[in-house]
Design a protein. Structure first.
Length: 120
């Protein structure tokens, strides 16, 4: 038995069917081109190997240089016994949204984020 639609009472407006179709086609094109770009990037990375830059006609056109960042989550996942000895507690300041909403709902509302999704 399907769950009731939690958005059943929200306001609605009719949108142009052709615009929706064109939008969906554009998204499909973006996805296809992103897959092609990823494929071509992988081929160039394969060509680069351990080099930091690639050239065309002697001119540097691409770079794959180390950054001042590390894949900490992967490091911890791959080496849990080693990395557990380097964990430390850290206190951070966090914004209490629930208390702010209670005290200032009118100020908060213009900052309410909305998501645009195409429903199936």
């Amino acid at each position: 038995m399907p769950l009731p639609d939690k958005h059943a009472g929200e306001s609605t407006v009719e949108v142009d069917r052709d615009i929706l179709k064109q939008y969906e086609e554009a998204l499909a094109s973006v996805k296809a081109w992103q897959e092609e770009a990823d494929r071509l990037k992988a081929r160039m990375l394969e060509q680069l190997g351990d080099a930091y830059a690639g050239t065309v006609d002697g001119k540097k056109v691409v770079a794959h240089r180390p950054k001042d960042q590390y894949a900490i989550s992967r490091l911890r996942q791959d080496n849990p016994d080693l990395t557990e000895h380097f964990l430390r507690w850290q206190t951070t300041e966090v914004f209490d949204l629930d208390r702010f909403r209670e005290a200032h709902p009118d100020i908060l509302e213009p900052y309410h984020v909305r998501a645009f999704v195409v429903l199936e």
